[in-house]
Design a protein around this ligand. Sequence first.
Ligand code: GLA
Length: 393
Amino acid sequence: MLTTEINIVEGIKDKYAAKFGPETLDTARIFRSPGRINLIGEHTDYNNGFVLPASVDKAVYFIVSPREDNQVILYAADLDETYSFTLDDLSKPAQSWAHYQIGIVDQLHKNGYKIGGFQTTFGGNVPVGAGLSSSAALECCLLFALNEIFELGLDRFSIVKMSQKAENEYVGVQCGIMDQFASAFGKEESVIRLDCRSLEYQYFPFPMQDYLLVLCDTSVKHSLASSEYNTRRLECEKGTAILKKYNPAIESLRDASPELVEAHKDELGEVVYRRCKFMTEEIERVQVACDLLVDGNLADFGKKMYETHDGLQHEYEVSCPELDFLVDQTRGNGSVLGARMMGGGFGGCTINLVENSAVDDFEESMKKAYLDQYHIDLPCYRVKITDGTGEIK
Ligand code: GLA
């Protein structure tokens, strides 16, 4: 374990002991689920396309022990807030942070899995609202923990799918499968190419000797995020329905091509056309980008990242001025191979592929520019790719 990780876990353990009594630590187990980055392939997951995520060294940790009764006590260490409920009452509380955990219990119920009561203290260092998917980490971590503690026999795929459903059905965000998959299946120093249609996946080593991945956190989250996310899904479905008339085999935009989209531009209409154009191009781009990665051609890989950003900004329209500003700052900087907004959009982080030796200067100039423009201190995170969800022994 890294020193920061040890400190975080020790801190949560202390809080667990203070809350539930030190003697209950004997029966408690500790679990970890990381946040994720995504190198390329944005908004492609719910269009059955490809994504290229990885799990990173920012994670959530749950200390969990079973109880004799049917009570669940959730203690959010970082917020110093508690929410308790019984297993037969899964109604939605005002505290939105508890929705992810109750959503998991709800999924277990719906799928016929029996668990007993439990108590947990959780916390971590995944920045919330920064596009690193702290929500998927919460879901995967708790489900993984309950699966171990109550010996439910779920495999990782089931954990991923049920965590996604918890978010879709209980939290109410129509997210795709990328975040939960990355959090559960991440592997040290590797990125995962996931085919979101077949769920086939492959690990690619990501060389981190000469280049680093640096996240620049706009520190903004525009309220449009979830409504526009659901709107994009509908726009893509609309495009699919129109294209399907010309080729019945088209079930999603994964099955369409940029040429087909171009051929039906007028019928698609201006907005849906732009969404479909970006999406079909992005799905192809991930394939090309993976080949570049295998060839060790990071320079051209970086160019693909810029292409993705441009498409997300102008055609898919999920960026925002702060994200565009940060990406624009890097253009023409010889030490930056690629930069783009990452995740759902409307705030959160940009992901930057930066020459190792230039990272200090890069961060300094980005921070200065952002402070001048937006009067916000820009958090920068140098991420390491770590293993996915697991128990800490
Ligand atoms: C959010 C969703 C993911 C994915 C990304 C965009 O993180 O949770 O499923 O759609 O946005 O790529």
